[in-house]
Design a protein around this ligand. Structure first.
Ligand code: OGA
Ligand code: NI
Length: 353
């Protein structure tokens, strides 16, 4: 990328980042140590943890966890192999390039809301080729072409990615159960949706950008899945729109922590009790930045709608049901190409009063 920023990257004035926003009043920090086996004999600690997570989901839609179950060595290996991959010549990376038929692999021209992002990514499914039952007529056959594409180098890239995925998947299930409890549901109430889950890991590389005041690494958006578990490096750049006042706040990098956010599906399941919150990633002119989101998504055949236990006559369902596989496919298409129309959003399924 040259010294001049191509017009395709330039954000509309109202979406340009304020380079001096601060980290004060950031997102809640949650200590997961009550989940460790040696602490599991203290039921009150678990009750307090569930309450803390519930408040974070309700008031911020975002929180940061420490003392989680993912071993640091596994994360470090993932981070260094991601760095090695992005350092390869472009021709090498393009051998595993995403295309219109297969949304997985390497990609360097993603758009968020029709403005190009200052980044390159590598995407893979946690479970390869998520199962689509043959009986399901609503999911078109094209999604069967989605297969992981693995580069030949770096050495052991695939193994390292899979090992990282297994470990973060475990953390994602732990968080899902805590969130379920925080909604006064049984711990495993939501697990069934994730039997053939379509979770995806994305390796993000944000190169230094000569105009960090005009471009963004990822433009403002909400995550369309259930839950996101993000590892960011020490450079920082993630901004979250604070629910209390609508201001953008910076998420301070904390070593070996994960940033968790509620996605659109939890918003729908909880009938707006928990909301998916807007966020974006700033870039900077000096340092490249890496981040690794794990998008925890249900099975393709999941019909997403407000949970019956959380709705009644006083609180009727606020959304019509939709099929996750269809939703995901429509979204992926909108991000692949610059389009003239806004891409699919959950408010398109909102039931008007
Ligand atoms: C995303 C995202 C933020 C970051 O990829 O959906 O929000 O800090 N990334 O990289
Ligand atoms: Ni996101």
């Amino acid at each position: 990328m040259g010294q001049e920023v191509d017009l395709a990257f330039i954000q509309a004035p109202e979406h340009r980042p304020n380079l001096s926003i601060n980290e004060a009043g950031g997102i809640p920090l949650v200590d997961l140590s009550p989940l460790n086996s040696q602490n599991s004999d203290d039921p009150q600690a678990l009750v307090d943890l569930v309450a803390e997570i519930g408040a974070a989901c309700r008031d911020y839609g975002f929180f940061q966890v420490i003392n989680h179950s993912v071993p640091l060595e596994i994360r470090e290996k993932m981070e260094s192999t991601a760095k090695e991959f992005f350092a390869l010549p472009l021709d090498e990376k393009k051998k595993v390039r995403r295309d219109e038929a297969n949304p997985l692999g390497y990609y360097d021209t993603e758009h968020t809301k029709n403005v190009r992002d200052w980044k390159e990514v590598f995407d893979f499914y946690v479970l390869d080729s998520p199962l689509i039952p043959a009986s399901d007529q609503t999911v078109d056959r094209r999604s069967k072409t989605a297969r992981n594409q693995w580069p030949e180098c770096p050495h052991k890239f695939r193994d390292i990615c899979n090992e990282y995925a297994m470990n973060v998947e475990k953390l994602a299930f732990e968080l899902l159960e805590l969130i379920s409890l925080s909604l006064n549901l049984p711990a495993k109430r939501l697990n069934g949706f994730f039997k053939d889950h379509t979770s995806r890991i994305r390796l993000n590389h944000y190169p230094p950008c000569p105009s960090p005041d005009l471009a963004l690494g990822v433009g403002h958006h909400k995550d369309g899945g259930a839950l996101t578990v993000l590892a960011q490096d020490d450079v920082g750049g993630l901004n979250v729109r604070r629910k209390a006042d609508g201001q953008w706040v910076r998420v301070k990098p904390i070593p070996n922590s994960y940033i968790i956010n509620v996605g659109d599906i939890i918003q729908v399941w909880s009938n707006d009790e928990y909301e998916s919150v807007e966020h974006r990633a700033m870039v900077n002119s000096e340092r490249e930045r890496f981040s690794i989101p794990f998008f925890f998504n249900p099975a393709n055949y999941t019909m997403v709608k407000p949970l019956e236990e959380l709705t009644d006559e006083q609180n009727p369902p606020k959304y019509r049901e939709y099929n996750w596989g269809e939703f995901r496919k429509a979204r992926a298409h909108g991000n692949f190409k610059k389009m003239d129309v806004e891409n699919l959003q959950i408010y398109h399924f909102k039931i008007s009063k």
